[in-house]
Ligand binder design. Structure first.
Ligand code: NAP
Length: 499
């Protein structure tokens, strides 16, 4: 738990959100806001101040089964709506989220800690998925296949998968949900959402606005609480046809094993270990800006954050100097305060993990170039940190640090960079900075990653396919491809067609 930095500071903001009707601290089943059947609750805290915000129901198997039944019943009518009816409702949901952008962003900063400016950015990004899939709802085209038989016609139609269970992490409390729920609803599926225990309030506010938008009861259900119980109920139910999960590779693997018993479809967006390669012909200013944006966004707590900054020998010293200078300009503080660029980490346990990685790197010969300790504001705050001369033996090179620490690694040739970059089981995002098109193209092609940023550190957008290879997951989210994850193909063969 964080130290209380400004006790009571959250209350005024919380009151404003409550007055706007967006503080919904219950589960949502069949359009009703409900408590846990046994009345148990879970507290939600502000990671910046340690303040108690509110409590939400601690739900488990029984509530999840009710939510599945609710989604299953709603599927019958939701899947029968025309694409334009679904599109209009999604569009209205998108508009309402944007109308309440300020309140949702403030709620997100309160429960997750990210600076308000980043939270506002996430609201736009998250709402963008709803806008995109409101449009894509009308484009789930099938196919007519040229028939090799004179008396038959062959068609493919696309149909919704059915009830979908979505399980999401705390680092993007809105966008990770809309990235799944918007394409699911657009396709005609209904959902049971299980938000992260640490950040349920943003999800509940978004669900409230879905009701106000006119999305019928049961199409969106929300349960939270005992994650293994909720996960098991979703996995074991034959009414749930798909699980879409974003979170750690460890939990993703458990879900993949669990999905086998009912042969469910799966989308998995798992952990990353992003390399950020600075070739010696890179524009230093562009490289520093890109590496900084990728590394320190959300205080280093994104799955696409640069985890390993690989810098070529010839440019290493210049880059390190400019990068340290840029890092010194980051402002740590409570995300609700003006000018803050680095909020707290999600909790003290996250800080302890960062400390362990930094200690390990220093004990193995890394140089401390900036930061390297907690921030005076409290136990959840860690100074933006830069480590020099990191090597492949260090823990920080093998695991996601998930915090504001950039290890710089020297390399000699492009081939060395590619080998180091690919020497991980993760394969989500990679970045490379170079002024040469042919060189950068060769490196980009050789990187075993689902996404590559070239002279750019912020690559996520709702219109591009997001996803990884290797152990970073299965499937793609967002873009025109994202809706296919929620559609089944049905082949129809029409016979007796001779005149
Ligand atoms: P996590 O521990 O895997 O949790 C993610 C979600 O899974 C939470 O809702 C959690 O519930 C739930 N969960 C935990 N154990 C479960 C179980 N046995 N059965 C069913 N659900 C279970 O991950 P996290 O710490 O929240 O998030 C950080 C991780 O997410 C990082 O590895 C990051 O790279 C990854 N991530 C990936 C992407 C991507 O698109 N690839 C995007 C964002 C984050 P509780 O919160 O209630 O425990």
């Amino acid at each position: 738990m964080a130290t209380i930095a400004s006790a009571g500071a959250s209350q005024a903001v919380l009151d404003k959100i409550n007055n706007a009707g967006l503080l919904r601290a219950k589960g949502l089943i069949s359009g009703e806001w409900v408590s846990a059947e046994d009345g148990r609750t879970l507290p939600v805290y502000n990671p910046a101040t340690g303040e108690f915000l509110t409590e939400v129901p601690l739900m488990g198997e029984r509530e999840t089964l009710s939510a599945i039944d609710s989604a299953h019943n709603a599927f019958k009518s939701w899947s029968k709506k025309t694409c334009s009816e679904r599109s209009k409702l999604l569009r209205r949901w998108y508009e309402l989220i944007l109308e309440k952008k300020e309140e949702i962003a403030q709620l997100m900063t309160l429960e997750q800690g990210k600076p308000l400016k980043e939270a506002l950015g996430e609201v736009s990004y998250g709402a963008g998925f709803i806008e995109l899939f409101a449009e894509e709802a009308k484009r789930t085209y099938g196919d007519i296949i040229p028939s090799p038989y004179p008396d038959r016609r062959l068609l493919v139609v696309k149909q919704p998968v059915g009830v979908v269970g979505t399980i999401t992490p705390w680092n993007f409390p809105l966008a990770m949900i809309t990235r799944k729920v918007a394409p699911a609803l657009a396709a005609g599926c209904t959902v049971v959402i299980k938000p992260a225990e640490l950040t349920p309030l943003t999800a509940l506010a978004a669900a409230e606005l879905s009701i106000q938008a006119g999305i019928p009861p049961g199409v969106i259900n929300v349960v939270m609480g005992d994650a293994p119980q909720i996960g098991a109920a979703l996995l074991e139910s034959t009414k749930v046809r798909k699980i879409s999960f974003t979170g750690s590779t460890q939990v993703g693997k458990k879900l993949m094993a669990g999905a086998a018993s009912t042969v469910k479809r799966l989308s998995l967006e798992l952990g990353g270990n992003a390399p950020c390669i600075i070739l010696d012909d890179a524009d230093i200013e562009v490289a520093v800006k890109g590496a900084l944006a990728s590394k320190y966004r959300n205080s280093g707590q994104t799955c696409v954050c640069a985890n390993r900054v690989l810098v070529q020998d010839g440019i290493y010293d210049k880059f390190a100097e400019a990068f340290i200078q840029a890092v010194s300009g980051l402002k740590v503080g409570n995300g609700l305060e003006e000018g803050v660029t680095q909020g707290p980490l999600i909790n003290e346990a996250a800080v302890k993990k960062v400390e362990q990685h930094v200690e390990d790197a220093l004990s193995k010969g890394a140089m401390l170039l900036a930061g390297g300790h907690r921030h005076r504001l409290g136990a959840a705050f860690y100074e933006p940190t830069v480590l020099g001369d990191a090597t492949e033996e260090m823990l920080i090179m093998k695991e996601e640090v998930f915090g504001p620490v950039a290890p710089l690694i020297r390399f000699k040739t492009d081939e060395d960079a590619i080998r180091i970059a690919n020497s991980t089981e993760a394969g989500l995002a990679a970045y490379l900075f170079s002024g040469s098109i042919s060189r950068a193209w060769r490196v980009a092609e050789a990187l075993e990653y689902g996404m590559v940023g070239w002279n750019e550190g912020v690559i996520s957008t709702e219109v591009a396919p997001f996803g990884g290879v290797k152990q970073s997951g299965l499937g793609r989210e967002g873009s025109k491809y994202g809706i296919d994850e929620y559609l089944e193909m049905k082949y129809i063969c029409i016979g007796n067609m001779l005149p």
